[in-house]
Design a protein around this ligand. Structure first.
Ligand code: COA
Length: 321
């Protein structure tokens, strides 16, 4: 028994913010951002909430899968920017969709969030415990950015993607690898709410995402090719067998480096970062939906998904579409 993605969906906020728009409000330029990252624009939430974006993406995925929300056994949401601390995004999504019988919870693995949620769904399905699982990855990262820190805020965007997974005899997930390195977590962090109980003296200043860009870059280019190679070996496949590599969209230079290290042409690495930026847990499912809707995935194709990010965390999955 395998876990097959049988429907995908995605939703981006309406407001498009180009690099030129940012250069009007901070000391940056289209040339700097594009040449270092490949990002030209991103969508930022102005009116939308994350649960609205996630619900829109989920409805598309359910429709393609031919499954009603009330048939869902589980909802897993990869996110670090749920609208509320309580309830979770997954529980809010359950309410929005009317998925009454689903068990719902969030997974915090930053940019690996969708991969970790997908691999968790795979274990539940293989164990026979659940059949129909909605896996979501989405963020409104713009609320976690310091808009005075040009080295981070220009990189990220908002949006949500979804996939419905079900058991299948022939197609589906062949292998997966996951990893974490908490010892190096400080290179990409966002401090949470400070304790303010009556017995502590504390500042209540809000904290935003802070990043050592060059360390994160080195981590990504070393770890991602290794994770993909391990996942391929577990699946008994080689890079030549793979039709598409759907990678986390952080930086075009990272994707080019992975393509070079794996000796796979860039044509096999679709991208959306030029108009989406880095949407953390949303990147992989939004890109997967884009390639699915454009008809770039045929039944039987071999696909690799890979993500990496804060934690540090990373994951890769190999599947037959
Ligand atoms: N516009 C203009 N200048 C900027 C800028 C911006 N938006 N952000 C930073 N700079 C300046 C810095 O102040 C610094 O100036 P200085 O040299 O005078 O101090 C300089 O640009 C840094 O440039 P450089 O060292 O060439 O940057 P870089 O090549 O390391 O690129 C990143 C920076 C962030 C694009 C790159 O390190 C990166 O992509 N890292 C990975 C980040 C990532 O993917 N994170 C998410 C992982 S999930």
């Amino acid at each position: 028994m395998k876990t097959r993605i049988c429907g995908t969906g995605s939703a981006l906020p309406k407001r498009v913010v180009k690099n030129e728009d940012l250069s009007k409000i901070m000391d940056t330029s289209d040339e700097w951002i594009k040449s270092r990252t490949g990002i030209a624009a991103r969508h930022l939430a102005v009116e939308e909430t994350l649960v609205q974006l996630a619900a829109e993406a989920s409805r598309q995925a359910l429709k393609e899968a031919g499954i009603a929300a009330k048939e869902l056994d589980m909802i897993l949401a990869g996110t670090i920017s749920a609208d509320n601390i309580l309830p979770s995004l997954a529980c809010e999504l359950q309410r929005e969709l009317g998925a009454a019988k689903a068990v719902a919870f969030d997974i915090n693995a930053a940019c690996s969030g969708f991969l970790f949620a997908l691999q968790t769904a795979d274990v539940y399905i293989k164990s026979g415990q659940y059949r129909n699982i909605l896996v979501v990855g989405g963020e409104i990262l713009s609320k976690l950015m310091d808009w005075n820190d040009r080295s981070t805020c220009v990189l990220f965007g908002d949006g949500a993607g979804a996939a419905v997974v079900c058991p299948d005899e022939t197609c589906g997930i062949l292998s997966g690898v996951q990893g974490s390195d908490g010892a190096r977590g400080s290179v990409l962090s966002c401090v949470g709410r400070r304790n303010n109980n009556p017995y502590v003296t504390n500042s209540t200043a809000l904290s935003f995402v802070s990043m050592d860009g060059q360390e994160v870059y080195k981590f990504a280019v070393r770890t991602v090719p290794k994770a993909i190679a391990e996942a391929l070996e577990k699946a008994g496949l080689t890079v030549e067998d793979i039709d598409l590599f759907v990678l986390h969209q952080a930086n075009i230079r990272i994707i080019e480096s992975v393509s070079k290290r794996l000796k796979v042409p860039m044509e096999k690495f679709p991208t959306n970062l030029s108009w989406c930026g880095n949407i953390s847990a949303g990147s992989v499912p939004i890109l997967l939906d884009d390639v699915n809707r454009r008809g770039l995935l045929k039944k039987g194709d071999k696909v690799v998904l890979a993500g990496f990010g804060a934690g540090l965390t990373w994951g890769a999955s190999v599947m037959t579409w």
